[in-house]
Design a protein around this ligand. Structure first.
Ligand code: 6R9
Length: 646
C-alpha cells in the first residue's frame, strides 16, 4: 500500500557515490557467484600483518556448523583503526565528543587517540591483563570507552561492553558468564543532566563476582565513590604512569575480538562472539558503502557503544576507514527537543544515523525544534534497530532532511556484525519502510514454516543461505546453543528470528520478530528475562510477558501477573513490581502495562498459550483463534474483560 511512494536516487548521488545502480548489480552478482574472489579482493582493505591465503571455510550444518574467514591471516584491529592512519591523517579528528552538557565537547585526533590507547593498553598490562583475558567495560559515552575498547583489541583481550543502563544484577550475570576478571567503569555517567551511579552499581554487581581482581575507574564527574584498596585503580593514574609505546599483538583472523550479550528467547542472555578479520572487513566495508563515506565527511551515529550499532558504526567501521566519528553522551530531548539538530549544525554533520524510536519521539514535538536549526550540512540519513513505520520515514525525509537526503534503512543484528539489508544511497530507489536490498555477499531467503524456500513476492521467515564475513562465530562457552538457536529451526540455514515480506521488486520488508523476543525502542528484550525477574519477586506466583504496539517505543512490554495465594492486587504493588524489574534488569525492561491475572491460559499439558495473550495485549481479542485446546476457557474471559490496552 505504501509502494506508491517511490523515491528515486537523486541524480547528484548517482554521480558522486561509490556505487550506482549498475555497479551495485555487478558487484552483488560477483559477490554471490564468486564469494572467494570477491572477498579475497575486499579483505585487502585492511592492513594484514601476514596476508591470508584462505578466504572462506563455512558450513551451516546440518552436521558441523563452523564459520571461518581469512583464517590464516594475522592482523590487529586497533592497529587498523589507529596506527595505519598516523602517517596520512595523524592530525585529523578521529572522535568528536559532544557532552551531555551542550557547553562541553572535545576533539581527539588520530595521533592523540593512538597515544592514549597505547598508554591505557600498557596500563591494563600493568594490572595483569593478557591476550585472551575477557575484560568487561561498563562505561558511559565518553571518549574513554573508545580508548578502552581499542586498548583491549590492541592486547588481544576480548572486550565485553555492558550497556550503562543495565542493573548490577545484569552486569554481574554477564561478568560471571564470560569469567571476566577485569572491569572498567567510571565514577558516574551523566545523561539528561542527571548523574548515573555506575561505580556504585559495579560495586553491588561485584559482590556476586569474586573472581574480579581489578576495577579501573574513569573519573567522569568527580562524584563520591566507595573504594576497595588493592582492587580499584584510577584510569588517570594508570595512563599517566604508562609508556606511550605499545606494539599491537599479532592476532589470528579468527581470534576473538569481542563478546556482546544479547537477549534471546530463553531467560539467559547470549554472549555473541565476534572474531577479528572478517568482522573488521565487514564493519569497515559496510560503513563506507552504506553511508557512502568519503574523506572529510562528518559522521554521527547516535547509538550507545553498549549496543552492537555502537561497536560497528561508532567505533570499528568508521575508525578503520579513517573517518571522523561523533560520539554523543546525552539524550535527544536535553536541554530540549532541538538537541540533535543543534549538534548537527554545531559540528557540521553530513551523515546522521539514528533509531526509529527517537524519530517518533521527536516527531511528537512537531517541526519547531527541527526548524530551529539549519541542518544544511546533512546529506544522508540512516535508520536502525526496528522497522520504521512509513509515517516516521516520511517525516524524517521531509522535515529533518528537507526532502534532500536519502534514508538508508539498515536491517541487521548483533549476530550479523554489520549491515545486511539496506539501500545504497547512490544505487537504490527507496520505498518508505523497506530495508530494500541485500548488501554484497548477503543471500537472504524467505522460508515457510516447513523450511521450504519461497520464490518471488512472498512472506516468510528471514534466513541466510550462506555466510558473510561479519557473522558471529559462536555463543561464548556454548557452541551447542549457537547451533540450536540459529541453525536448527531451518537446518542448513541461518535463521534470523525475524519475519519478512518480499515484494514484486525483490525489496525486503521486515515485519518484526517471530520468536519470544520483543523490540522496545530498538532494544532487544527476551520476554523470558522479564518473566523471570517478575517471578523472582516474593509476591508473584507466575508471569507471562508479551509485546504490544506502542506509539513511541515500537513495542511496549505487557505483563500478565498472577500473585501468590493470599496477596491482593493494588496500585502500590503494581508500582513496586515495575520498580523491581527496573532494578533486576534495567530501565529498558520496565513493564508498560501490568494486568493482574487470576490465571493464565494454558493447554492441558501446561503450556502458556502466548498467542492468546498477545492478541489480548494488542486489543485484538475479537480474533483469538482456536482456543479449544485450553484447559480452562473461562480464564480468557476474565483476561479480555480486564485488559489494559484499550
Ligand atoms: C542492529 C541491531 C536486531 C533486531 C533484528 C530486527 C530489528 C534492526 C532493523 C530491524 C527492521 C531494521 N531490526 N534493524 N527491524 N528494520 N532496519 O539493532 O541489532 O540489537 O541485535 O537487534 O532488531 O528484529 O532482528 P540488535
Amino acid at each position: 500500500m505504501f509502494d506508491v511512494h517511490n523515491f528515486p536516487v537523486p541524480a547528484e548521488w548517482a554521480k558522486r557515490a561509490w556505487v550506482d545502480a549498475a555497479k551495485y548489480q555487478e558487484m552483488y552478482r560477483r559477490s554471490i557467484d564468486d564469494p572467494e574472489g570477491f572477498w579475497a579482493e575486499h579483505g585487502k582493505r585492511l592492513d594484514w600483518i601476514k596476508p591470508y591465503s584462505k578466504v572462506k571455510d563455512c558450513s551451516f550444518g546440518p552436521d558441523d556448523v563452523h564459520i571461518r574467514w581469512f583464517e590464516d591471516g594475522t592482523l590487529n584491529a586497533s592497529a587498523n583503526c589507529l596506527d595505519r592512519h598516523l602517517e596520512k591523517r595523524g592530525d585529523q579528528t578521529a572522535i568528536i565528543w559532544e557532552g551531555d552538557n551542550p557547553k562541553e565537547d572535545r576533539k581527539i585526533t588520530y595521533r592523540e587517540l593512538h597515544e592514549e590507547v597505547c598508554r591505557f593498553a600498557n596500563g591494563l598490562k600493568s594490572i595483569g591483563v593478557k591476550r585472551g583475558d575477557r575484560v568487561t567495560i561498563y562505561l558511559p559515552m565518553i571518549p574513554e570507552i573508545a580508548v578502552a575498547v581499542l586498548a583491549c583489541a590492541r592486547l588481544g583481550a576480548p572486550h565485553s561492553v555492558v550497556f550503562g543502563g543495565f542493573s548490577p544484577d545484569s552486569l554481574a550475570g554477564r561478568i560471571v558468564d564470560c569469567d571476566s576478571h577485569y572491569l572498567i567503569t567510571s565514577d558516574e555517567g551523566v545523561r539528561g543532566g542527571r548523574p548515573i551511579p555506575l561505580k556504585a552499581n559495579a560495586d553491588t554487581a561485584l559482590e556476586r563476582c569474586p573472581d574480579v581482581k581489578k576495577v579501573v575507574v574513569v573519573k567522569r564527574t568527580g562524584g563520591k565513590v566507595d573504594w576497595v584498596d588493592g582492587r580499584d585503580v584510577w584510569y588517570e593514574d594508570l595512563v599517566a604512569k604508562a609508556s606511550p609505546d605499545c606494539p599491537p599483538e599479532e592476532m589470528n583472523a579468527e581470534d576473538p575480538l569481542f563478546l556482546l550479550y544479547t537477549s534471546g528467547s530463553t531467560g539467559k542472555p547470549k554472549g555473541v562472539l565476534h572474531t577479528t578479520g572478517g568482522y573488521m572487513v565487514f564493519a569497515a566495508m559496510t560503513h563506507q558503502y552504506v553511508f557512502d563515506y568519503h574523506d572529510g565527511d562528518i559522521y554521527w551515529c547516535t547509538a550507545d557503544v553498549g549496543w552492537v550499532t555502537g561497536h560497528s558504526y561508532i567505533l570499528y567501521g568508521p575508525l578503520a576507514n579513517g573517518a571522523t566519528t561523533l560520539m554523543f553522551e546525552g539524550v535527544p530531548n536535553y536541554p530540549d527537543a532541538s538537541r540533535f539538530w543543534q549538534v548537527v549544525d554545531k559540528h557540521k554533520v553530513n551523515i546522521f544515523y539514528t533509531a526509529p524510536t527517537a524519530i517518533r519521539a521527536l516527531m511528537r514535538e512537531g517541526e519547531g525544534p527541527v526548524k530551529a536549526a539549519s541542518r544544511a550540512s546533512l546529506r544522508l540519513l540512516g535508520s536502525v534497530g526496528e522497522p520504521i513505520n512509513p509515517e516516521a520515514w516520511l517525516w524524517y525525509h521531509e522535515v529533518v532532511g528537507d526532502g534532500r537526503c536519502p534514508i538508508v534503512d539498515t536491517w541487521w543484528q548483533t549476530e550479523t556484525g554489520g549491515i545486511m539489508i539496506t539501500p545504497l544511497p547512490g544505487a537504490t530507489k527507496l520505498k518508505p519502510g523497506s530495508g530494500t536490498l541485500p548488501f554484497f555477499g548477503v543471500q537472504p531467503a524467505l522460508v515457510d514454516g516447513d523450511g521450504k524456500i519461497l520464490d518471488g513476492a512472498a512472506d516468510g521467515n528471514l534466513c541466510m543461505l550462506d555466510s558473510w564475513p561479519g557473522q558471529m562465530r559462536t555463543i561464548f562457552g556454548d557452541h551447542e546453543r549457537f547451533v540450536q538457536t540459529y541453525f536448527s529451526t531451518f537446518p542448513g540455514k541461518y535463521f534470523s528470528g525475524d519475519g519478512c515480506r518480499r515484494d514484486e521488486d525483490g525489496y525486503y520488508w521486515i515485519t518484526g520478530r517471530v520468536d519470544d523476543v520483543i523490540n522496545v525502542s530498538g532494544h532487544r528484550m527476551g520476554t523470558a528475562e522479564v518473566e523471570s525477574a517478575l517471578v523472582a519477586h516474593d509476591k508473584v506466583a507466575e508471569a507471562a510477558v508479551v509485546g504490544y504496539p506502542h506509539d513511541i517505543k515500537g513495542q511496549g512490554i505487557y505483563a500478565y501477573v498472577t500473585l501468590i495465594a493470599g496477596e491482593e492486587p493494588s496500585d502500590a504493588l503494581m508500582a513496586e513490581l515495575r520498580k523491581w524489574v527496573r532494578k533486576e534488569i534495567g530501565p529498558i525492561a520496565t513493564p508498560d502495562l501490568i494486568q493482574w491475572a487470576p490465571g493464565l491460559p494454558k493447554t492441558r499439558s501446561g503450556k502458556i498459550m502466548r498467542r492468546i495473550l498477545r492478541k489480548i495485549a494488542e486489543n485484538q481479542h475479537g480474533a483469538l483463534g482456536d482456543i479449544s485446546t485450553l484447559a480452562d476457557p473461562a480464564v480468557v474471559d476474565d483476561l479480555v474483560e480486564n485488559r489494559q490496552n484499550r
